[in-house]
Structure formats: C-alpha cells, structure tokens
Design a protein around this ligand. Structure first.
Ligand code: V47
Ligand code: SF4
Length: 372
C-alpha cells in the first residue's frame, strides 16, 4: 500500500486497520463490513476499495461484446420491485417463440458477438425442452457464442416442472449448449425481506443450491444483490457472507453485480431510490468484503454511464457489455439509459477516460484484446 494512503488513513484507527488487512490480504468480518457501511468517509472507502481492486485486477477494466434476449415478460411471480412483469392478457406483454428469438439473433450476425445473455419472466407455458431447443437453435447460427442464460428462479421452475433433479436439469441444459448462469434472482437473501418484496419465488436456499450444483457441474455463474429498497446494511452483509461462504466452497462465481433498486412504476415505488453516494459505498464494501469473487460488475445500462464510471473508482472492474439496445428490465424500471448501446470504440474510450486500461474479455474473463 502506498505511503499517501497510509498517511490519509492514519488518523482513523478503524479505517487504518482495514487498510492493513487489505495490505496483508486478510479477510474483513461482517462487523467490519457494517462499520464500513456506516463510515461517512467516502474518499477513504474509495481508496480502500481501489486498493483491493488493484490487488485483484490491476488497472484493467473488462467488457465484452454481447446482446440480450428477453424471451418474455409474462411471469408467474409478482415481485413487488419489478416494473417489467406482465400477465398473459396485458397489452404490453410479450412472449417470443423460437423463430422470433432467432430473428433477434440474426440482426446481430457478423458483429463479432461473444456472448448472448438470456433472461426473462417465468412463463407458465414454457418448459425445459423449449429452452433447450432455443439454445440448440441459437448455436446453429452462432456456434462459438457463449450462452449465459436463465436466473436461478427461471431454472428452479423449468427443472422442477420437468420432474428432474437439479443435476439432471442443469446437465440437460449444459448438453444443449448452456455455458453459464447469470446472477439475477438473488435480490436479498433474508427471508423476512424476501417475504415483503418477492414472497412467491425461490428462496435463498434454492438460489444458493442451484448455483452450487451448477458450479459442481462445471457451469460458472454470477451473483447479484438488489439493494436500496427496504433492506438494512445488516441484510446486505448477511447476503454477501452467504455468497462468500459458497464461493470458498466452489470457486464458481465469476462476478458480483450490485443492482440498485429503480423505483419507476412498481408496487414499492413509494420506497424511493438511494442516492449515488449510497451506490458507491455499496460497490466499495462489496469489493472489500468479497475477497474471493474476482470481478465486480458496474452494470451501466442500469446505473447510467456516468455513475458506472464512478463505480470503477469504488472497486468495480467490469462494465459488462456493449448490449446493443437489447434489454428492457431497467428502462421499464426508470433507468437513465432508455436504449442502452455502446460500440466497442465508445466502450474503450469510456474506460480510458475513466482512467483504466480497457480489456475485451470473453464470458469467463479470458483476455481477448488489451487496449493499452
Ligand atoms: O433479479 C428487477 C433485477 C435482475 C428491478 O449475470 C431490478 O451478468 C433494479 O440477472 N430495479 C435480473 N433491478 C438481471 C440479471 C443481470 C443483470 C445484469 C448482469 C447480469 C449478469 C445479470 O434484475 C433481477 C432483479 O434483481 N431487477 N427489477 C428494479 N426495479
Ligand atoms: Fe418475475 Fe423476475 Fe419480475 Fe420477479 S423479478 S416478477 S421473477 S420477471
């Protein structure tokens, strides 16, 4: 750790003890995480998280070339924070068949895409075979593409509906061409909070078990947190601890994505949104606490480009992808980015302007291009 940082923190015993732990690559406790959340010293949090980020990822910031497919916004669940979900007969619901989704793919043909991210509602009439066929058909068009698909909540439904064990269901998807699992559906693991914001859907145990099983089968995944609604700092720390424990066991998580709750047009809109300081703090504590998850994702379609850039100075090292205007989950919840899309050149410039070295990666963080 540099002298400047030591000097800056020397007047605060607690923050210097965290700096020392980062320096000696020692883990921080839940209580220390809580104290970091309660700290008002935002610049110190930035310095500490930045130090941890550098320790793990140097000055590299990663991105990939991807687009999303959202097969449907019809969902059997009714999460109270969700602005996206519709019922079957709603005028603004959609439910694409396989040909329609292949048409979406064909629009991106020839653009050197390395990943397709597929996530959507839990449709009552869709099943495991439908989604396996979807993957098989996509791979006929894009044989080399990495398919990151289906949150644990979608997987829970399609696999139990098929009367298969988790191992059997996940293997079936893997054999069809599924490569990894995105981080959604985790929200906040605490059961009381879940009761209030998403009482119907898969609980913490189910989410963790699906990811654990996937890791054992060699399917990597991401993890997320939905923060800034009715949860407390303790709930966030409990969530991070469960993820850190599972990662110690399996080493299967590639990235952690802090998702800020957006409050437009949903059942808990009156909760409001936390401000940018709170978002940055959440990035910093996540980076420092989750010492075993290699990447922290600053998901720009949800944060907006500017805040996503600031998050890179609070521990994040990954911008996700170029997206190509293919996701509605956040624009329907009120995100600033209404039609998120960046070209590779824009992404590279954005990361350089933010003070880092851009690296184009594949979905499992192999470095494809370093833009020194
Ligand atoms: O689980 C829903 C979130 C998630 C709102 O793995 C909301 O690379 C904010 O899985 N405000 C799904 N967030 C998204 C997801 C994802 C996104 C980016 C990258 C990756 C990855 C995965 O979207 C849901 C929920 O937590 N969400 N509604 C809302 N109003
Ligand atoms: Fe359905 Fe996902 Fe929305 Fe919950 S967050 S209602 S599971 S689409």
């Amino acid at each position: 750790m540099n002298k400047e940082l030591r000097k800056l923190l020397s007047k605060d015993k607690f923050l210097s003890s965290i700096a020392e732990k980062i320096n000696t690559v020692e883990r921080i406790s839940v209580n220390e995480g809580l104290k970091l959340f309660e700290s008002r010293n935002l610049s110190a949090l930035a310095l500490l998280a930045n130090e941890k980020r550098k320790q793990i990822n140097g000055n590299y910031v990663f991105f990939n070339k991807n687009f999303h497919i959202e097969p449907t916004n019809i969902c059997i669940h009714n999460c109270r924070f969700c602005s996206y979900r519709r019922s079957v007969n709603d005028a603004d619901s959609w439910d694409y068949n396989i040909n329609e989704m292949l048409e979406i793919c064909k629009k991106h043909y020839g653009k050197d895409i390395s990943e397709i991210h597929i996530v959507g509602g839990v449709h009552p009439n869709r099943n495991l075979d439908f989604y396996c066929n979807l993957i098989v058909e996509i791979k006929k068009i894009f044989p080399a593409v990495h398919i990151k698909a289906f949150t644990a909540v979608e997987l829970d439904y399609m696999i139990s509906k098929a009367n298969l064990t988790l191992e059997e269901g996940l293997l079936k998807l893997k054999n069809a061409g599924l490569n990894s699992i995105p981080g959604g559906g985790a929200e906040i693991f605490d059961s009381e909070i879940r009761k209030q914001i998403c009482h119907q859907k898969s609980d913490a145990n189910a989410w963790l078990k699906i990811h654990k099983t996937a890791h054992k089968l060699g399917i990597a995944s991401n993890a997320s947190i939905l923060f800034g609604h009715i949860e407390t700092y303790s709930h966030r720390l409990e969530h991070l601890e469960l993820l850190r424990n599972l990662q110690d066991e399996t080493h299967g998580f590639n990235a952690f994505i802090p998702l800020k709750y957006k409050n437009f047009n949903n059942a808990i809109s009156e909760t409001g949104e936390v401000n940018d300081i709170e978002v940055l703090k959440n990035f910093a504590v996540s980076r420092i606490f989750l010492d075993n998850i290699p990447h922290i994702k600053s998901y720009w379609p949800m944060l907006g480009k500017n805040l996503a850039g600031f998050a890179l100075h609070f521990g994040a090292d990954d911008m996700d992808g170029t997206i190509a205007d293919s996701t509605k989950i956040y624009s329907m919840a009120g995100a600033e980015e209404k039609n998120p899309s960046m070209t590779t050149a824009e992404m590279v410039n954005f990361i350089k302007q933010s003070g880092f070295i851009p690296v184009e990666r594949d979905s499992v963080y192999n470095r494809l291009n370093i833009f020194e």
